[in-house]
Design a protein around this ligand. Structure first.
Ligand code: TXA
Ligand code: MG
Length: 329
C-alpha cells in the first residue's frame, strides 16, 4: 500500500520522481493534504480533475518552493500587495491569485487568465517541492485531496479513504492548521478575500494597509467558494447557543433520536444516546480538528450533526465559513 513515510528521504525522492514522471502524489501541507501533479503536464493535471470528479474549469492552486519559482507563473514583482503578502506570509497558509503568465499552467488554472500560487510551510511539502524542482518540475498543482464537494483530508488515512490504496500518499502526520489556506485575489484594483482561513483578515489588512474587499459576485468560479461544499455525509445544522441548549433540554428525559451528534463549546452534557464532542475554546484548535471530527461522525454512522455557531469575530471567520458551507449542502 503506497503510504510512504514523509520523514524518510527515500520517500521524498521516490515521490518527486513519480511527480516528475506525471503521476499523482498526495502530500501533507500545514493546512490540509493536497492531491498533486506537475503543473506543466496537462495530462497529469487532467488526472487530478478526473480523480476528484471536479469540473475542469475550476482552477487548482499551484504550489512552489520559493518566490523565484512563483515568479515563473506570475509577475509577482509588479503587484505590490501580492509582493508584500508573499514576503510576509510565505511560506505559509496563504494563496495569492495573480494574473497568469500566458502559456504557463493553463490546464491547472482551469483556463482562467489568473493563477493561484502558494508556497506551503510544511517540511514534507517543502522537501517534495524542492526535490521535484531539482527534477525539472516548475510547480505542483494540488487541490485538497478529497472528492469534489467533500471534507478536506487532514490525515494520510483520510486520503486513502477518498482515493483507495493505489494512490501514492506521503504521510506527514496531522495537518497543523486544519482548514484550507486563506485566498487573496490580487488581480483586482484592491485585494479581495476569496476564502477566509486561519491566517486572518486583520493580519493581512495590517500588511497591505487597507481593508480587504469581499469576494462578491465578480469572483471567478471556485469550488472552495461554492456555497455548498466541505460536506460530511451527515446533515449538518448550525445552531445559535440558546437554540441548541433549548433543543437539547427538550430531548432530556425523552428518547434521543437515532444518529444525532452535537459539537458545541458551551454544552457540557447531553441525553444518553447522543454522540457528543466538545468544541475547543480556541479557534485554532477547533480548525485543527474540524474536518477530522466531521469524518469521525460519519464513521460512527451519525445522520444529523448539531453544531453550535462559533463566536463572531475575525479569529473564527475561517471555521464559521467551513461550517456554513457544510450546513448549506
Ligand atoms: O490549503 C489549501 O489551499 C489546500 C492545500 C492542498 O494547499 N488546497 C486547496 O485547494 O484547498 P482546492 O483546490 O481544494 O481549493 C483551491 C481554491 C478553489 O476554491 C479554487 O477555485 C481557488 O482556490 N483558486 C485556485 N486558482 C484560482 C484562480 N486562478 N482564481 C480564483 N480562484 C482560484
Ligand atoms: Mg478543496
Amino acid at each position: 500500500m503506497p503510504v510512504w513515510d514523509g520523514s524518510v528521504e527515500a520517500s521524498i525522492r521516490h515521490a518527486a520522481e513519480a511527480l516528475a514522471a506525471g503521476q499523482l502524489v498526495a502530500f501533507p501541507t500545514e493546512t490540509v493534504y493536497g492531491l498533486g501533479a506537475r503543473a506543466d503536464d496537462d495530462a497529469a493535471v487532467a488526472a487530478i480533475f478526473a480523480a476528484k470528479g471536479r469540473p475542469r474549469d475550476h482552477p487548482l492552486i499551484v504550489h512552489v518552493a520559493s518566490l523565484d519559482a512563483a515568479a515563473a507563473f506570475a509577475d509577482l514583482a509588479s503587484h505590490q500587495a501580492a509582493r508584500t503578502l508573499a514576503e510576509q506570509f510565505w511560506p505559509g497558509p496563504m494563496t495569492l491569485i495573480l494574473p497568469r503568465r500566458p502559456g504557463f499552467a493553463e490546464a491547472a488554472a482551469g483556463g482562467q487568465g489568473s493563477i493561484g500560487l502558494r508556497w506551503p510551510a510544511h517540511p514534507v511539502a517543502q522537501a517534495l517541492l524542492e526535490a521535484a524542482a531539482d527534477l525539472g518540475v516548475p510547480g505542483v498543482a494540488a487541490p485538497s485531496a478529497n472528492r469534489f464537494g467533500r471534507v478536506s483530508p487532514t490525515l494520510a488515512r483520510h486520503v486513502v479513504a477518498e482515493f483507495g490504496p493505489e494512490l501514492i500518499v506521503l504521510d506527514g502526520g496531522a495537518c497543523h492548521v486544519g482548514i484550507e489556506s486563506t485566498i487573496v485575489d490580487c488581480t483586482r484594483e484592491r485585494p479581495a478575500l476569496l476564502r477566509p482561513g486561519m491566517l486572518g483578515r486583520p493580519l493581512i489588512e495590517a500588511a497591505i494597509g487597507e481593508p480587504l474587499r469581499d469576494a462578491g459576485k465578480a469572483a471567478p468560479r471556485a469550488p472552495g467558494t461554492l456555497e455548498a461544499h466541505y460536506a460530511p455525509q451527515a446533515k449538518l445544522r448550525l445552531m445559535e447557543t440558546r437554540m441548541l441548549q433549548q433543543a437539547l433540554e427538550v430531548l432530556q428525559g425523552g428518547e434521543a433520536p437515532k444518529g444525532l451528534a452535537v459539537y458545541s463549546r458551551t454544552v457540557r452534557r447531553v441525553a444518553p444516546g447522543i454522540v457528543f464532542k466538545p468544541m475547543p475554546e480556541q479557534a485554532a484548535d477547533a480548525a485543527r480538528e474540524l474536518f477530522s471530527v466531521l469524518r469521525d461522525f460519519d464513521a460512527k454512522g451519525v445522520r444529523l450533526i448539531w453544531v453550535e455557531t462559533p463566536p463572531p469575530g475575525p479569529a473564527w471567520e475561517g471555521v464559521r465559513d467551513r461550517l456554513q458551507r457544510a450546513a448549506a449542502s
